[in-house]
Design a protein around this ligand. Structure first.
Ligand SMILES: Nc1ncnc2c1ncn2[C@@H]1O[C@H](COP(=O)(O)OP(=O)(O)O)[C@@H](O)[C@H]1O
Ligand SMILES: [Mg+2]
Length: 295
């Protein structure tokens, strides 16, 4: 028991311990939240708008520090002096490409700024780095588009390129904040497969914020459901569907019942907003392939 606990501690890359975040002194965005994520896991955070999902990503990225509690990423407390021990990749709803650069140059931006790549950028930008970016573009179905400018690509293509940019420096941790939120349903579902393939190839630790419950069930190994503000994690579900998951499998009963259970939980926390979190009842799932723990 002791051994398995310490083995699991060794694999922990993200650890929030009793973290409270207050904005402006009195606005509690995150309330006494504890979350531990192991290396290589794919965790989705779902919950009502304004419940603190992006706040958790900002904590992990080191953009903000906890008001109370501790946030440890890659073995270091966030906000500690020095660079992040673990490299991060980021992608958001809006891909924000630099319009004066080609897609290839946009994808290579992290190599230009992140150590140790930046020292070698001038030497490798037309060789190894370029090949690395082109290989990623090919992997997401954008072979041959590297020379285009951002405005020549559709929204779905830009988001594919933005995933390449988030991964080009081989980050240990990938932070995704509603990355497919602005896309139409068909494009979004295509991107799920792209995202799944990218994760399966390199196994970065992924923290995905989404309010698309099907998306969380399709992509994640673990889904953390948050309460309405002040946010805390009220359910933690392990999703054990075999990979690669497919669109067909997302219409099977296990999958749809998980999505339904998530929907009920969110409806519950929305209607419970303002009441103590303990009032939220857990949802029981009919299927044995989904396990659930309540913190
Ligand atoms: N910089 C900030 N200053 C003040 N309030 C903020 C700030 N950022 C977020 N908030 C508030 O904190 C709460 C949680 O925000 P956020 O983490 O962005 O929620 P979510 O991503 O779940 O929609 C929201 O009520 C939001 O308005
Ligand atoms: Mg948000």
């Amino acid at each position: 028991m002791l051994e398995s606990t310490s083995a699991s501690a060794a694999r922990t890359v993200i650890e929030l311990s009793n973290v409270t975040v207050r904005y402006g002194g009195d606005m509690v965005a995150l309330d006494n939240t504890t979350l531990r994520i192991e290396k290589g896991d794919f965790v989705a955070l779902v919950g009502p708008s304004g419940c603190g999902k992006s706040t958790i990503l900002k904590l992990v990225a080191g953009l903000i520090e906890p008001t109370e509690g501790a946030a440890i990423v890659g073995g270091r407390e966030v906000g500690a002096i020095g660079t992040h021990a673990k490299r991060l990749g980021l992608a958001f709803q809006n891909p924000t490409m630099l319009p004066w650069l080609s897609i290839l140059d946009n994808v290579m931006i992290p190599l230009k700024i992140v150590e140790p790549f930046r020292q070698e950028y001038r030497r490798k930008k037309n060789g190894e780095f370029r090949e690395r970016a082109e290989a990623l573009l090919e992997q997401v179905g954008l072979a041959g588009f590297g020379g285009k400018r951002p405005w020549e690509l559709s929204g779905g293509m830009l988001q594919r390129a933005s995933l390449c940019r988030a991964l080009v420096h081989e980050p240990d941790i990938l932070l995704l904040d509603e990355p497919f939120g602005a896309l139409d349903q068909f494009t979004r579902e295509e991107l799920w497969d792209t995202m799944q393939a990218l994760w399966m190839a390199k196994r970065p630790t992924v923290l995905l914020v989404t309010h698309d419950l099907r998306e969380s069930a399709y992509l994640a190994n673990r889904i953390c459901v948050m309460s309405a503000r002040p946010g805390r994690i009220i359910q933690d579900k392990t999703v054990e569907f075999a990979r690669p998951r497919t669109l067909e499998s997302s219409y099977e009963p296990d999958f749809t019942s998980l999505v339904q259970a998530l929907r009920m939980s969110i409806a519950h926390v929305r209607s419970d907003a303002g009441k103590p979190a303990a009032a939220s009842a857990p949802t029981t799932l009919a299927t044995s392939r989904i396990t659930e723990t309540l913190p």
